[in-house]
Write a protein that binds this ligand. Structure first.
Ligand code: ZN
Length: 334
């Protein structure tokens, strides 16, 4: 759907439909599910310092078992080199790398979720972004949210995407200038960047340094898209100076008012990785580009009269066949 404008391309963004769904074409039911899935509660999910291990599955070979139950029980990556299989919303990764929990300019949050694994190119990119946020925006560093599970795949809560180690959530709250405790990493809340009327950012918390951090991320050649709340996109359009080409990668999406979401392209040579088509190079800053996101139906969605019937979860058989081997492979050494 090359004819679609930038906003429509953003509709395919999180891959709720694998090809070219646009927000305008979403069914009300799906829309409500997405609003719920992207709501502030998600961004603010707290973890626990002593998470309970998941109980073993009675019959893990039952073909009806949800794939998320299988992937959530893998606590380490598989052995072997990095290997991306499938798409952002239906896939897995072998040989993932763990993001170190602390670095010069970053700290990983919500450790109990065990979602700090990614493709080595993603881990390298986050480290570079952390250094750039320090250099360019004066931040002590960045707070790293969910990347992917040790073997990717669907998760028990939260995202539809983040399945192949090429998506990462970065908090919009700058890293404090000290080492956070284990408790703080589970309990600390991110800061809401969007004004109460949802029409613009809150200038008390969204500062010019945020523009620089988002620009640093978007200017990475391997980054294909960055998802932010429409109010943040609007602010970036207003405030970006000089070269503005990077704005085309910044896509409005539901939620994303506490964190931004980086999506990388398939790495070169990753033949089993199913990426997304390249996007328009338009800045996406015209009033007409953003109008949909500030329409009443999006800002104040009405709950459906009949609650949507939950879709049955994806099974392993519905995923790319090679993900079976990723699940069965041995654990990489810690
Ligand atoms: Zn995300």
């Amino acid at each position: 759907m090359q004819a679609e404008g930038p906003i429509l391309n953003a509709g395919a963004a999180l891959g709720y439909n694998t090809t070219s769904m646009s927000p305008r074409r979403l069914t009300p039911l799906l829309l409500v599910m997405m609003v719920l899935a992207a709501g502030p509660a998600l961004a603010q999910d707290k973890g626990s310092v002593n998470p309970k291990p998941l109980p073993p599955l009675a019959n893990p070979n039952d073909p009806k078992v949800a794939a998320k139950e299988l992937f959530a029980r893998k606590l380490l990556p598989s052995t072997g080199p990095a290997h991306v299989i499938g798409s952002y919303t239906k896939g897995c990764i072998g040989g993932a790398e763990q993001m170190p929990l602390n670095g010069g300019n970053w700290q990983v949050m919500r450790l109990s979720r065990n979602r700090n694994y990614g493709h080595p190119a993603m881990i390298a990119l986050i480290k570079r972004l952390a250094a750039n946020a320090h250099k360019d925006a004066g931040w002590p560093g960045i707070l790293v949210g969910d990347i992917a599970q040790p073997r990717g795949g669907p998760a028990l809560s939260g995202h539809a995407s983040h399945q192949i180690g090429l998506d990462a959530d970065i908090w919009l709250t700058p890293m404090p200038d000290r080492r956070l405790s284990r408790e703080e990493r589970e309990e600390m809340s991110a800061v809401m960047m969007v004004r109460e009327d949802r029409l613009d950012i809150d200038p008390k918390v969204f500062t010019p340094s945020h523009v620089l951090v988002l620009r640093d991320a978007a200017q990475e050649p391997a980054v294909q898209r960055i998802f932010v709340n429409a109010a943040i996109k609007k602010a970036l359009c207003r405030e970006a100076k000089g070269d503005r080409a990077w704005l085309s990668k910044i896509r409005p999406w539901w939620g994303h008012d506490y964190h931004f979401h980086i999506r990388m392209r398939c790495p070169p040579g990753a033949g089993e990785c199913e990426g997304q088509p390249s996007q328009s190079e338009d800045e996406g800053c015209k009033a007409s580009d953003l109008a949909y996101w500030f329409s009443d139906g999006v800002l104040h969605p009405k709950p459906p009269e009949v609650p949507p019937k939950p879709k049955p979860p994806m099974t392993l058989a519905q995923m790319p066949a090679a993900c079976k081997a990723v699940l069965r492979a041995g654990d990489a050494k810690r």
